[in-house]
Design a protein around this ligand. Sequence first.
Ligand code: R5P
Length: 263
Amino acid sequence: MDWGLKNRLTNIIKPGTGRTVMLAVDHGYFLGPTTGLEDIKATTEPLLEYADTLMLTRGALRNCVSPEIDVPIVLRVSGGTSVLQDDLSNEELTVSMQDALRLNVSGVALSIFVGAENEKQTLANMATLIDEAEDFGIPVLAVTAVGKDMVRDARYIGLATRIAGEMGAHIVKTYYCDGFEKVVRSSLVPVVIAGGKKIEEKDALELAYNAIQAGAIGVDMGRNIFQSVAPVAMIRAVREVVHNDEKPDKAYDLFNTLKNAKG
Ligand code: R5P
Protein backbone atom coordinates (compact mmCIF):
# COMPACT_ATOMS: atom_id res chain seq x y z
CA MET A 1 0.00 0.00 0.00
CA ASP A 2 1.49 3.37 -0.91
CA TRP A 3 2.36 5.94 1.73
CA GLY A 4 -0.31 8.47 0.79
CA LEU A 5 -3.11 5.91 0.86
CA LYS A 6 -1.92 4.56 4.19
CA ASN A 7 -1.61 8.04 5.65
CA ARG A 8 -5.10 9.00 4.54
CA LEU A 9 -6.52 5.77 5.99
CA THR A 10 -4.77 6.65 9.24
CA ASN A 11 -6.54 10.00 9.16
CA ILE A 12 -9.86 8.16 9.04
CA ILE A 13 -9.17 5.15 11.31
CA LYS A 14 -7.47 6.37 14.46
CA PRO A 15 -4.25 4.45 15.13
CA GLY A 16 -4.67 4.59 18.94
CA THR A 17 -7.70 2.32 18.91
CA GLY A 18 -7.95 1.24 15.28
CA ARG A 19 -11.47 2.65 15.32
CA THR A 20 -13.37 5.68 14.08
CA VAL A 21 -16.37 7.87 14.77
CA MET A 22 -17.31 9.32 11.41
CA LEU A 23 -19.95 12.05 11.46
CA ALA A 24 -22.19 11.72 8.39
CA VAL A 25 -23.95 14.86 7.18
CA ASP A 26 -24.14 14.02 3.47
CA HIS A 27 -27.86 13.22 3.45
CA GLY A 28 -28.78 16.34 1.47
CA TYR A 29 -27.31 14.85 -1.70
CA PHE A 30 -30.61 13.09 -2.25
CA LEU A 31 -32.84 14.19 0.66
CA GLY A 32 -32.36 17.95 0.45
CA PRO A 33 -32.65 19.88 3.73
CA THR A 34 -33.48 16.93 5.93
CA THR A 35 -34.35 17.46 9.62
CA GLY A 36 -31.32 18.64 11.53
CA LEU A 37 -29.34 19.59 8.44
CA GLU A 38 -31.28 22.68 7.37
CA ASP A 39 -28.25 24.65 8.57
CA ILE A 40 -25.28 22.33 8.19
CA LYS A 41 -22.80 24.84 9.60
CA ALA A 42 -24.75 25.38 12.81
CA THR A 43 -25.33 21.64 13.22
CA THR A 44 -21.81 20.44 12.58
CA GLU A 45 -19.69 23.13 14.25
CA PRO A 46 -20.25 22.02 17.87
CA LEU A 47 -19.76 18.37 16.89
CA LEU A 48 -16.50 18.69 14.98
CA GLU A 49 -14.16 18.40 17.92
CA TYR A 50 -15.63 14.98 18.68
CA ALA A 51 -15.69 13.66 15.11
CA ASP A 52 -12.77 11.62 13.78
CA THR A 53 -13.98 12.27 10.25
CA LEU A 54 -16.63 14.40 8.59
CA MET A 55 -18.53 12.87 5.67
CA LEU A 56 -20.35 15.31 3.41
CA THR A 57 -20.79 16.59 -0.13
CA ARG A 58 -18.60 19.00 -2.07
CA GLY A 59 -21.17 21.78 -1.85
CA ALA A 60 -21.66 21.41 1.88
CA LEU A 61 -17.91 21.35 2.44
CA ARG A 62 -17.23 24.48 0.39
CA ASN A 63 -20.14 26.47 1.76
CA CYS A 64 -20.56 25.34 5.34
CA VAL A 65 -17.17 24.23 6.68
CA SER A 66 -14.16 26.40 7.41
CA PRO A 67 -10.97 25.30 5.63
CA GLU A 68 -9.21 25.85 8.95
CA ILE A 69 -10.71 22.77 10.60
CA ASP A 70 -8.43 19.83 11.22
CA VAL A 71 -11.07 17.10 10.86
CA PRO A 72 -10.33 14.71 7.98
CA ILE A 73 -12.93 14.84 5.23
CA VAL A 74 -14.58 11.90 3.49
CA LEU A 75 -16.27 13.31 0.43
CA ARG A 76 -19.47 11.88 -0.99
CA VAL A 77 -18.87 11.56 -4.73
CA SER A 78 -21.95 9.74 -5.98
CA GLY A 79 -25.49 10.95 -6.57
CA GLY A 80 -27.90 11.91 -9.28
CA THR A 81 -31.24 10.66 -7.95
CA SER A 82 -33.48 12.48 -5.50
CA VAL A 83 -35.82 11.06 -2.90
CA LEU A 84 -38.69 11.88 -5.30
CA GLN A 85 -37.79 8.81 -7.38
CA ASP A 86 -39.03 5.34 -6.45
CA ASP A 87 -35.71 3.80 -7.31
CA LEU A 88 -32.73 5.57 -5.75
CA SER A 89 -30.13 3.39 -7.40
CA ASN A 90 -29.63 5.41 -10.58
CA GLU A 91 -26.41 7.07 -9.39
CA GLU A 92 -23.36 8.38 -11.22
CA LEU A 93 -20.04 9.68 -9.98
CA THR A 94 -20.51 13.38 -9.27
CA VAL A 95 -17.07 14.73 -8.38
CA SER A 96 -13.78 14.49 -10.28
CA MET A 97 -10.67 13.22 -8.54
CA GLN A 98 -9.00 16.56 -9.29
CA ASP A 99 -11.63 18.36 -7.26
CA ALA A 100 -11.41 15.81 -4.46
CA LEU A 101 -7.66 16.53 -4.34
CA ARG A 102 -8.24 20.28 -4.43
CA LEU A 103 -10.50 19.82 -1.41
CA ASN A 104 -7.71 17.89 0.33
CA VAL A 105 -9.93 14.97 1.26
CA SER A 106 -8.81 11.92 3.21
CA GLY A 107 -11.27 9.65 1.44
CA VAL A 108 -14.09 9.49 -1.08
CA ALA A 109 -17.41 7.69 -0.64
CA LEU A 110 -20.01 6.36 -3.01
CA SER A 111 -23.11 4.22 -2.73
CA ILE A 112 -23.51 0.83 -4.33
CA PHE A 113 -26.94 -0.72 -4.72
CA VAL A 114 -26.53 -4.49 -4.76
CA GLY A 115 -29.73 -6.20 -5.88
CA ALA A 116 -31.30 -2.99 -7.19
CA GLU A 117 -32.27 -2.04 -10.72
CA ASN A 118 -28.99 -0.22 -11.31
CA GLU A 119 -26.74 -2.64 -9.49
CA LYS A 120 -24.30 -2.99 -12.38
CA GLN A 121 -24.05 0.76 -12.98
CA THR A 122 -23.26 1.46 -9.33
CA LEU A 123 -20.68 -1.33 -9.16
CA ALA A 124 -19.10 0.03 -12.33
CA ASN A 125 -19.07 3.48 -10.69
CA MET A 126 -17.17 1.94 -7.81
CA ALA A 127 -14.63 0.26 -10.07
CA THR A 128 -13.99 3.53 -11.91
CA LEU A 129 -13.72 5.47 -8.68
CA ILE A 130 -11.27 3.01 -7.13
CA ASP A 131 -9.03 3.13 -10.21
CA GLU A 132 -9.04 6.93 -10.23
CA ALA A 133 -8.67 7.31 -6.46
CA GLU A 134 -5.82 4.82 -6.19
CA ASP A 135 -3.85 6.84 -8.75
CA PHE A 136 -3.71 9.56 -6.10
CA GLY A 137 -3.60 7.42 -2.94
CA ILE A 138 -7.15 8.23 -1.86
CA PRO A 139 -9.11 5.52 -0.04
CA VAL A 140 -12.63 4.66 -1.19
CA LEU A 141 -15.46 4.04 1.24
CA ALA A 142 -18.29 2.00 -0.29
CA VAL A 143 -21.74 2.59 1.18
CA THR A 144 -23.99 -0.42 0.72
CA ALA A 145 -27.33 1.27 0.14
CA VAL A 146 -30.25 -1.06 0.78
CA GLY A 147 -33.21 -0.82 -1.58
CA LYS A 148 -36.77 -0.91 -0.28
CA ASP A 149 -37.24 -4.49 -1.45
CA MET A 150 -34.12 -5.90 0.15
CA VAL A 151 -34.11 -7.67 3.50
CA ARG A 152 -31.43 -6.37 5.85
CA ASP A 153 -30.15 -9.76 6.94
CA ALA A 154 -26.62 -11.08 7.28
CA ARG A 155 -26.87 -12.90 3.98
CA TYR A 156 -27.69 -9.76 1.99
CA ILE A 157 -25.50 -7.35 3.97
CA GLY A 158 -22.67 -9.90 3.81
CA LEU A 159 -23.06 -10.20 0.05
CA ALA A 160 -22.97 -6.45 -0.59
CA THR A 161 -20.10 -5.94 1.87
CA ARG A 162 -18.01 -8.71 0.37
CA ILE A 163 -18.58 -7.51 -3.20
CA ALA A 164 -17.40 -4.02 -2.25
CA GLY A 165 -14.20 -5.43 -0.77
CA GLU A 166 -13.62 -7.81 -3.67
CA MET A 167 -13.81 -4.89 -6.08
CA GLY A 168 -11.22 -2.95 -4.13
CA ALA A 169 -13.06 -0.63 -1.72
CA HIS A 170 -10.86 0.18 1.29
CA ILE A 171 -13.64 0.54 3.87
CA VAL A 172 -17.28 -0.57 3.72
CA LYS A 173 -20.12 1.24 5.40
CA THR A 174 -23.17 -0.91 5.90
CA TYR A 175 -26.09 -1.59 8.22
CA TYR A 176 -26.03 -3.60 11.42
CA CYS A 177 -28.09 -6.78 11.37
CA ASP A 178 -28.47 -10.01 13.36
CA GLY A 179 -25.45 -12.20 12.76
CA PHE A 180 -23.26 -9.18 12.02
CA GLU A 181 -20.15 -11.13 13.12
CA LYS A 182 -20.55 -13.18 9.94
CA VAL A 183 -20.68 -10.02 7.82
CA VAL A 184 -17.48 -8.72 9.42
CA ARG A 185 -15.73 -12.09 9.29
CA SER A 186 -16.33 -12.48 5.58
CA SER A 187 -15.49 -8.88 4.71
CA LEU A 188 -12.10 -8.31 3.12
CA VAL A 189 -11.79 -4.80 4.53
CA PRO A 190 -12.77 -2.84 7.68
CA VAL A 191 -16.47 -2.27 8.21
CA VAL A 192 -18.28 0.69 9.77
CA ILE A 193 -22.00 0.91 10.38
CA ALA A 194 -24.47 3.62 9.45
CA GLY A 195 -26.82 4.67 12.21
CA GLY A 196 -29.96 4.62 10.08
CA LYS A 197 -33.23 6.33 10.99
CA LYS A 198 -33.41 8.18 14.30
CA ILE A 199 -34.13 5.88 17.22
CA GLU A 200 -33.98 6.41 20.98
CA GLU A 201 -30.49 7.41 22.12
CA LYS A 202 -30.20 4.34 24.33
CA ASP A 203 -31.04 2.07 21.40
CA ALA A 204 -28.60 3.85 19.10
CA LEU A 205 -25.82 3.38 21.65
CA GLU A 206 -26.72 -0.29 21.91
CA LEU A 207 -26.63 -0.58 18.12
CA ALA A 208 -23.16 0.95 18.04
CA TYR A 209 -22.00 -1.29 20.90
CA ASN A 210 -23.28 -4.45 19.25
CA ALA A 211 -21.64 -3.52 15.96
CA ILE A 212 -18.29 -2.83 17.61
CA GLN A 213 -18.41 -6.03 19.63
CA ALA A 214 -19.22 -7.91 16.41
CA GLY A 215 -16.05 -6.52 14.84
CA ALA A 216 -17.00 -3.23 13.18
CA ILE A 217 -14.20 -0.68 13.44
CA GLY A 218 -16.56 2.20 13.99
CA VAL A 219 -19.65 4.10 13.00
CA ASP A 220 -20.45 6.52 10.23
CA MET A 221 -23.42 8.00 12.03
CA GLY A 222 -25.67 10.87 11.07
CA ARG A 223 -29.29 11.16 12.15
CA ASN A 224 -28.82 9.45 15.50
CA ILE A 225 -26.34 12.17 16.35
CA PHE A 226 -27.55 15.36 14.69
CA GLN A 227 -31.26 14.64 15.30
CA SER A 228 -30.63 13.78 18.97
CA VAL A 229 -32.11 16.05 21.63
CA ALA A 230 -28.49 16.65 22.67
CA PRO A 231 -26.17 16.07 19.69
CA VAL A 232 -22.90 16.87 21.48
CA ALA A 233 -23.78 14.60 24.39
CA MET A 234 -24.71 11.89 21.92
CA ILE A 235 -21.52 12.00 19.86
CA ARG A 236 -19.46 11.96 23.05
CA ALA A 237 -21.36 8.92 24.29
CA VAL A 238 -20.90 7.21 20.93
CA ARG A 239 -17.16 7.89 21.15
CA GLU A 240 -17.00 6.06 24.47
CA VAL A 241 -18.70 3.03 22.93
CA VAL A 242 -16.48 3.04 19.86
CA HIS A 243 -13.09 3.92 21.29
CA ASN A 244 -13.36 2.57 24.83
CA ASP A 245 -15.79 -0.37 24.45
CA GLU A 246 -18.10 1.35 26.94
CA LYS A 247 -21.26 -0.64 27.67
CA PRO A 248 -24.48 0.92 26.32
CA ASP A 249 -26.05 1.58 29.74
CA LYS A 250 -22.92 3.37 30.94
CA ALA A 251 -22.71 5.34 27.71
CA TYR A 252 -26.36 6.28 28.12
CA ASP A 253 -25.67 7.50 31.66
CA LEU A 254 -22.88 9.64 30.23
CA PHE A 255 -25.26 10.96 27.56
CA ASN A 256 -27.77 11.98 30.24
CA THR A 257 -25.12 13.54 32.44
CA LEU A 258 -23.75 15.61 29.57
CA LYS A 259 -27.25 16.48 28.35
CA ASN A 260 -28.24 17.77 31.78
CA ALA A 261 -24.96 19.54 32.50
CA LYS A 262 -25.27 23.31 32.72
CA GLY A 263 -23.46 25.17 29.95
C1 R5P B 1 -26.86 7.87 3.28
O1 R5P B 1 -27.49 8.29 2.42
C2 R5P B 1 -25.73 8.60 3.74
O2 R5P B 1 -24.54 8.07 3.20
C3 R5P B 1 -25.58 8.69 5.23
O3 R5P B 1 -24.34 9.22 5.48
C4 R5P B 1 -25.69 7.39 5.96
O4 R5P B 1 -26.93 6.82 5.77
C5 R5P B 1 -25.34 7.52 7.45
O5 R5P B 1 -26.19 8.32 8.07
P1 R5P B 1 -27.28 7.77 9.08
O6 R5P B 1 -26.52 7.38 10.31
O7 R5P B 1 -28.17 8.94 9.29
O8 R5P B 1 -27.94 6.59 8.47
